[in-house]
Design a protein around this ligand. Structure first.
Ligand SMILES: Cc1ncc(COP(=O)(O)O)c(C=O)c1O
Length: 420
């Protein structure tokens, strides 16, 4: 019987990545954490790394730390991320937040195509990305406009829909590779090629992809990308993000924020701005050093496990979750809000229910399951293969079934907290 708890345990026994769970702090082994696609768990090594960064580096070495690894940390850790996304070491730097990086790169791209007045994105994109693009377009010129490609099913966007909008007026196509609600994944190489055929630049947001999806930015000819380190890379709340600029574009593009960390030889303290020659030009000010150092052990763990084995396990786990949903939850009114096709789906699965928010509250408060909720009705289960077990998925489906069958969610109000 493939739907039993024993079968889930058997799958865990066969799992080659199972040992990585022990690399994380699991404070409560009864708590099922399915929100690693929002904030990843804390790696044990990060605790050590932070002790060293605070006590030894900051406490004892003080300002000398800048010449003892701090100044080069953004590039060094960026080079590790480059290995995860199919890029060269000198094409990635860790800096700022995803939103700020998106602004810098989108603005640089729009300025590099002054004769073109259109930026294309889609209506599944993360709202912060759309706000940033609205702001970038507004600053660029009154004639510049942001065009959003619709999603016909609320889950995915077809290549045909993109093709009708991307044209010779398009300066930039800015999309999120794995959609934050449905988990829909674009064919990065195909969409990039489509945009290039029209002469547009392409900027990918990799927040929900990095660390769980094999990415080949160089061989897909990707121009620009941004992403965060606090989801599947387990970098910690508010960990700094990264940006990628293909090497041959670096000197053609200028960041709109001319800070000293983006200047050639910043410690010359010259009064005029001269952009640094490489990827460093896209930095702005002093990096948040403690958060930056905290992000490194999680990236190391993904490198050690390998993105391809992580993706293989992620596919098995999302398939398993969907099979259990079909057996136990579909008949209770929970619908699948994610793609059925494996290669079009990332590492989270969303289920729609009119009472999705209250079901999420009941799971968190009464059932020791942490999923998350995305408006209007998405109960989102994030699979983080380095620590999510098959047994947890089995248990989570069981507990969700109980919440719906016994209508436990009716005891919870629909009032939203500040963060959902
Ligand atoms: C796809 C996507 N893009 C952008 C962001 C915003 O990232 P930040 O808060 O680092 O700017 C998020 C945050 O969750 C996200 O999921």
């Amino acid at each position: 019987m493939t739907n039993t708890a024993d079968y889930a345990v058997q799958l865990d026994c066969q799992d080659e990545l199972a040992g990585f769970r022990d690399e994380f702090i699991i404070g409560d082994s009864e708590l099922i954490y399915l929100d690693g696609n929002s904030l990843g768990r804390l790696p044990k090594r990060t605790v050590e790394q932070m002790r060293c960064a605070v006590e030894r580096q900051w406490g004892h070495r003080l300002v000398r730390g800048w010449n003892e690894g701090w100044f080069t940390a953004a590039g060094r850790i960026g080079a590790k991320i480059a290995q995860l996304i199919g890029a060269e070491a000198d094409e990635v730097v860790v800096t700022d937040s995803t939103s700020v990086n998106l602004f810098k790169l989108a603005t640089a791209a729009i300025q590099a195509r002054p004769e073109r007045r259109k930026v294309v994105s889609d209506e599944l994109n993360f709202p912060s990305d759309l706000y940033v693009l609205q702001g970038a377009v507004r600053l660029a010129s009154p004639t510049c406009q942001l065009v959003l490609v619709p999603s016909l099913d609320g889950i995915s966007v077809s290549d045909d829909s993109l093709r009708t909008v991307i044209d010779s007026a398009t300066a930039l196509v800015a999309l999120t590779h794995t959609s934050f609600k449905s988990g829909f994944v674009y064919d990065m190489a195909a969409v990039t090629e489509m945009a290039h055929r029209s002469g547009a630049l392409v900027l990918w947001d990799l927040c929900h992809s990095v660390g769980v999806m094999p990415l080949q930015l160089n061989s897909s000819q990707v121009d620009l990308a941004v992403g965060c380190t606090y989801k599947y890379l387990n970098g910690g709340p508010g960990a700094p993000a990264f940006l990628y600029v293909r090497r041959d574009l670096q000197e053609q593009l200028l960041s709109p924020i001319w800070g000293w960390f983006g200047r050639r030889a910043p410690f010359d303290f010259k009064l005029n701005y001269e952009p640094a020659l490489g990827i460093e030009r896209f930095q702005a000010g002093t990096p948040p050093m403690l958060s930056l150092l905290a992000a490194e052990p999680g990236i190391d763990l993904v490198l050690e496990a390998g993105v391809q084995p992580i993706r293989t396990k992620s596919i098995r786990q999302t398939e398993y979750l969907i099979a259990l949903w079909q057996e136990h939850l579909e008949g209770l009114g929970l619908k699948l809000n994610s793609p059925r096709t494996t290669q079009c789906r990332g590492s989270h699965v969303s289920f729609g229910h009119a009472d999705g928010f209250r079901i999420a509250r009941a799971l968190i408060r009464d059932m020791r399951v942490i999923p998350d909720f995305r408006e209007p009705d998405n109960l989102r289960f994030g699979i983080s293969p380095l620590y999510t077990t098959f047994a947890e998925i089995h248990q989570a489906v069981n507990r969700t079934r109980q919440v719906i069958e016994r209508r436990l969610y009716e005891q919870h109000s629909g009032a939203r907290a500040q963060v959902t």
